[in-house]
Design a protein around this ligand. Structure first.
Ligand code: PEP
Length: 253
């Protein structure tokens, strides 16, 4: 299965000048790298989407970090699935814990967004994960999957990528706040089991499951490769093309 390395640039890159610097570094780091079985998805703030088309290639795709479920209308401040697709993106991150935490998004709304993305031909990257390190993580993950994928049938689930992001591990500067390889593997098995039960073993095999939360070039092998994940969602380190491409090379191995 083709691996996937997604860069969530969050609310960074503050000016056209900074963007140009990012492009320069990104192109330099990617040049000559053979990512034979890995695709990269860059998710900049939507305002940069059109400019980021410059980086698109057979290996580099674009996504956004959120969108609304309606196609158009009086929804001040929102962007629609059609806009996302027509401005050059194929992917959309949905259900990120920062959207849940700061903007009060819930499973029902995320489910509507997942369906809107799929109907528009976008590929949703659905984030699920428990808040606390200690606690019943499995129950949270299962209920998020159940609610957010409620309307998604077998014909469409292949286009969804599930991202396991333990919230406590996101942007942590502390090695104690990293899950173990076994912990990530267990989450993968749990997600897989959900997919097998809701769809079928054959369909579940076609759905990518990736890991997100403090991935860097030192831990990528342990938490993303050895755990059997199909790739990584990378926040902080995606702002540093040198590190980000290094992670992609590790995942590609
Ligand atoms: C994220 O927020 O999706 C993420 C993976 O961030 P970080 O890599 O900084 O933990």
């Amino acid at each position: 299965m083709e691996k996937l390395v997604v860069g969530n640039l969050k609310m960074n890159i503050l000016s056209p000048l900074e963007r140009e610097q990012y492009f320069k570094l990104f192109k330099k780091e990617l040049a000559g790298k053979k990512l034979s079985r890995t695709s990269i998805v860059l998710c900049p703030p939507a305002i940069h989407l059109e400019a980021f088309k410059k980086l698109k290639s057979k290996k580099v795709f674009l996504g956004v970090q959120n969108m609304f479920w309606e196609r158009n209308g009086s929804y001040t401040g929102e962007i629609s699935p059609d806009m996302v697709r027509n401005f050059g993106a194929e992917w959309v991150i949905l259900g990120h814990s920062e959207r849940r935490r700061y903007f009060g998004e819930n499973d029902e709304e995320i489910g509507l967004k997942v369906m809107a993305a799929l109907k528009t031909g976008l590929r949703p990257l659905l984030c699920v994960g428990e808040k606390e390190k200690q606690g019943n993580g499995s129950a949270t993950i299962m209920s998020q999957l159940k609610n957010c994928l409620k309307e998604v049938g077998a014909a469409r689930i292949e286009n969804v990528v599930i991202c396991y992001e333990p919230v406590w591990a996101i942007s942590a500067n502390n090695p104690d706040h990293l899950p173990t390889t076994d912990g990530v593997m267990s989450a993968r098995i749990l997600i897989k089991r959900f997919l097998v039960e809701k769809y079928s073993a054959k369909t579940a095999d076609k759905v990518k499951i990736i890991y997100g939360g403090s991935v860097d070039s030192k831990n990528a092998k342990n938490i993303c490769v050895d755990s059997g994940m199909d790739g990584a969602l990378v926040g902080r380190e995606s702002l540093a093309p040198y590190e980000f491409i290094k992670i992609a090379e590790i995942i590609n191995q």
